[in-house]
Design a protein around this ligand. Structure first.
Ligand SMILES: Nc1ncnc2c1ncn2[C@@H]1O[C@H](COP(=O)(O)OP(=O)(O)OP(=O)(O)O)[C@@H](O)[C@H]1O
Length: 877
């Protein structure tokens, strides 16, 4: 009996590998074949199959696969030897299986990952990548199988099943418990219904959160025609008269960008005829220098900042025209954190889930989703921590997890690695790689090139031009960078192509000549980016990765193909023309998309609860807010005279209301001036998803009004300890103290309005704080209580809340109107002097109500202006 030389198990004579431990039964020859890397053995080239081995920091190796099994591992007795420490000594065996090969895990520590799932074995198809990952360092080894003989025919992507409608009067479609279940967080429990009607069927939306779309239009109810495509979340259902063909687009979304152009300022081209294809599950990095156009391209691809010309297709659908149908399956992580830092991670995620997921999502489903997304980004251990206690990298992960809640199939990230140390940066890329493998198409903008080998393709941008699209390793070759450092590519793209430039006299000489032939009338020199673009259009990479991919149509039913003809990408070798600057901007497609219809009341409820929770969570700020009223009241007590209101003719009587009015406005402004701006990135992200302005603003107004009310009551209660409000006035509704309280509260609401206006008009909390004095000082100067204004300027006082407050206080307290002691005929007594211009205290209830109405109208005008400013911000890039 023959025994395994490693484990001693009984094996057949002449067996090359032990079936028990999988190890080779003879030492590998020392002779290295160049194709195998160090220490590899000789393999019989019996087929067209080969394995591409990519280890971090090394050039990819191509290993021809033979008819015999071979092993992969770290030990020198393997046929394919890996140098990465996280690969086990004898990690996997690759053996033939019919015309293809199969890879088998030999009990390794880190296993084999296919589509981010650990698998014991995997039968390869052409192009399949199996990875071995090291979660500690964030490194991968990728084994990509190439074998044209087992190229999968272009099957209908995502085709799941056919659902028979015959003999069924009504069929419900929903997340679970329906006749036709479409399991996805974006689908409502009872989403839509198909009813048999005379001669066919109709589809009816059942009040779903994310909508039912037929041929790209959101519908309430519509009759179906043969060939109609119904979209529900990521699912497409094609109606053929008697049945529905169901397509699941998760993990099967392909983006085609055709000649994208973005113009700003009339004729400045910031995106110049960019065409590309991103296949499902691909992980794409957009790189390039500062201002190269990366964010512009991402905005155009994501639909959040659309191109003026060209077309973006998602699975063949006109993406911009069908944006609402795809919005729900789109994830976008901006540079800034998109969760409130003072909330615990799970609480913040819960609110995001409530805002984004269908209204009928049960709490248990939300909890399951939160568990899942935290696990996906390896943050489960931190779920109870406050966001501001996390490191930069952890916060980024949590932001990503908040986007994963809705299970997006298309994922865009703007510099997710910025500010991270190299280790965290690598781990972030590892996480994103796994997310892509698990069925997402991921596009990220990054400046961090150290780890872009994790990506399938990299796009190099320069001056709004795409100068490379293809695998990262080939980019180095294309740009003749031998150092292996992608940063060296940047320096080759920057600057003018002066004829004496070292690149023009060497590498780019031919491209410079080509440029000259096409621009013989032009006097100035081109940018280097133009020459690299010429080279790229002439390259094999352009033909293979752009042109050929564009020619392959996606195999999914198309909902609404583009109405306008799609501009054709430049054929390989064509001279890249400057995009036309006379492109008409189509109002339908350019700029930002409109928000989808969602329930305003529901949003208001969630946002109000979240805001209350945020205020309660920020204990220090809450303490300051609650303490400021008693402290300021105590200070007022120091100066207030007990009988100040008893003689209405004197300035002392006006001092108390003047201070009350000023303090009330200050409270209002200070309570609110940072409240929108401090959560700017979160607001912008939620707005892009589904946030409505009115519920958002209303949640702020309701909560802050409550705070203003508490502060006003504290102020008046404490003042009441010293100041005697019982002055025998009978005309004031609710008495003097009650009238003063109402006036103080309404005045603080005017401050709240002004504060929100400030908050909506500036880009940072610091700016808001620096503007506050400009809002406060006029409240003193224009109150027309202590200081007069020239008649011509007096109407300016109409624009400050404190002026109307004084009018209400004066009328309630029966005060003498303030008079200008410089304009008296005789001794400076009230009856001899001119009253401050425009001031009028009428001692009757009607007038008091009118003044309160003005205070309310003033506040509402501020809110309306704030809403308008927020709306206007939507258009900002
Ligand atoms: N709305 C706009 N109006 C005017 N110019 C714009 C606008 N948006 C972008 N630009 C300009 O277009 C160019 C490309 O901008 P983009 O933000 O895409 O660059 P980027 O590669 O993402 O840069 P960075 O890495 O610095 O973020 C820049 O010169 C920028 O100033």
């Amino acid at each position: 009996m023959t025994r395994c030389i490693h484990c001693g198990a009984a094996i057949q004579p002449n067996t090359k590998f032990c079936p028990s431990c999988g190890k080779a039964q003879q030492a590998a020859p020392n002779q290295a074949s160049p194709a195998f890397g160090s220490g590899a053995t000789t393999i019989l080239h019996s087929s067209m199959a080969f394995l591409e081995v990519q280890e971090t920091g090394q050039a990819p190796r191509q290993i021809p696969l033979a008819n015999q099994p071979i092993t992969f591992g770290r030990k020198p007795d393997n046929d394919i030897i890996a140098s990465s420490r996280f690969v086990s000594s004898h990690h996997a065996r690759i053996e033939p299986e019919g015309q293809r090969h199969v890879i088998i895990d030999l009990g390794s520590t880190n296993g084999l990952l296919f589509q981010s799932q650990r698998v014991p074995r995997h039968s390869f198809n052409d192009g399949d990548s199996v990875r071995i990952g090291d979660p500690v360092t964030g490194n991968f080894v990728t084994l990509t199988y190439r074998n044209q003989q087992v190229a999968t025919p272009p099957a209908e992507v995502g085709h799941v099943s056919r659902f028979d409608l015959s003999n069924k009067p009504a069929v419900t479609i929903g997340r679970e418990g329906s006749a036709l279940n479409l399991p996805n967080p974006q689908v409502s429990r009872n989403h839509a219904e198909i009813r048999a009607i005379q001669g066919g069927h109709e589809v009816r939306d059942l009040g779903s959160t994310n909508g039912t779309f037929v041929n790209g239009n959101r519908i309430n109810a519509t009759r179906l025609n043969r060939g109609d495509v119904i979209q529900v979340g990521p699912f497409k259902l094609v109606y053929d008269g008697m049945s529905l063909d169901q397509f699941d687009q998760r993990g099967a979304l392909r983006i085609d960008a055709h000649s994208l152009v973005r113009l700003v300022g009339g004729n400045r081209v910031i995106l110049n005829n960019v065409s590309l294809v991103i296949e499902p599950r691909e992980f794409i990095a957009l790189v390039g220098g500062s201002g190269a156009g990366k964010s512009t391209l991402m905005g155009a691809l994501s639909g959040y900042n659309r191109a003026n010309k060209g077309a973006v297709l998602v699975n063949g659908d006109d993406y911009y025209a069908n944006f609402d149908a795809y919005r729900a399956i789109l994830g976008y992580v901006p540079q800034d954190d998109i969760l409130h830092s003072s909330l615990p991670v799970d609480v913040a995620l819960r609110y995001t889930a409530k805002l984004r997921l269908p209204a009928d999502t049960a709490s248990s489903e939300i909890e399951t989703r939160i568990d899942r997304v935290l696990k996906d980004v390896e943050m489960s251990a931190h779920r109870g921590k406050q966001v501001n206690q996390l490191s930069g990298g952890q916060r980024k992960r949590v932001s990503i997890s908040s986007e994963l809640l809705a299970d997006p199939s298309l994922f865009f990230l703007d510099e997710p690695t910025s500010g991270l140390d190299p280790g965290l940066e690598k781990k972030m890329m590892y996480t994103l790689r796994q997310l892509a493998d698990s069925g997402r198409t991921i596009v990220l903008v990054t400046h961090a090139t150290a780890n872009i080998t994790q990506c399938d393709h990299v796009v190099f941008m320069a001056d709004g031009r795409m100068v490379w699209f293809g695998p990262p390793s080939e980019a180095l070759q294309f740009f003749n960078v031998t150092s292996g450092d992608f940063a060296d590519i940047y320096t080759k793209l920057e600057g003018d192509a002066d004829p004496n430039h070292p690149l023009i006299t060497t590498e780019l000489r031919q491209e410079f000549e080509t440029w000259r032939q096409h621009n013989n009338q032009v006097r100035q020199v081109p940018r280097l980016s133009e020459l690299w673009e010429i080279r790229f259009r002439n390259s094999e990479a352009y033909r293979k990765y752009i042109w050929e991919r564009l020619q392959r149509a996606p195999q999914v039913p198309v909902m609404t193909p583009p109405q306008a003809p799609i501009p054709q990408a430049a054929v390989p070798g064509a001279y890249p023309n400057q995009a036309s600057t006379s492109i008409p901007t189509s109002a339908a497609s350019a700029g930002r998309p409109k928000p989808p219809p969602v329930s305003a009341m529901r949003q208001f409820g969630i946002l109000t609860r979240r805001y209350l929770r945020l205020i309660a969570a920020d204990r220090r700020n809450l303490a300051i807010l609650l303490l400021q009223a008693p402290i300021i009241s105590l200070i007022l007590l120091l100066v207030a005279k007990a009988d100040a209101l008893h003689d209405p003719r004197y300035a002392d009587a006006r001092m108390i209301p003047f201070l009350l009015g000023a303090v009330a406005v200050w409270f209002g402004i200070l309570n609110s001036a940072r409240e929108i701006t401090k959560e700017g990135p979160i607001y912008r992200r939620e707005r892009l998803a589904n946030l409505k302005i009115v519920p958002y603003l209303a949640s702020k107004v309701v909560v802050l009004s409550g705070l203003c009310l508490i502060q006003s009551v504290i102020l008046m209660v404490i003042l009441n300890f010293k100041v005697d409000f019982d002055i025998g006035v009978t005309h004031a509704p609710f008495g003097v103290w009650g009238g003063f309280l109402i006036t103080t509260f309404l005045t603080s609401l005017t401050g709240l309005g002004v504060g929100l206006l400030i908050s909506a008009s500036v880009s940072s909390s610091d700016k808001a704080m620096s503007i506050i004095p400009f809002a406060l000082i006029p409240q003193i100067v224009f109150a027309l209580a202590l200081l007069p204004l020239p008649s011509a300027l007096a109407p300016l006082s109409f624009f400050v809340g404190s002026r109307w407050a004084m009018q209400a206080y004066g009328s309630i307290g029966g005060l003498t109107e303030p008079y200008d002691t410089g304009k008296c005929v005789g001794p400076p007594l009230p009856q001899n002097c001119e009253v401050f211009p425009t001031v009028n205290y009428s001692y009757n209830a009607g007038f008091i109500f009118l003044t309160w109405f003005i205070l309310i109208a003033y506040t509402l005008a501020c809110f309306a202006l704030t809403a308008w400013l927020l709306k206007r911000r939507d258009k900002e890039a």
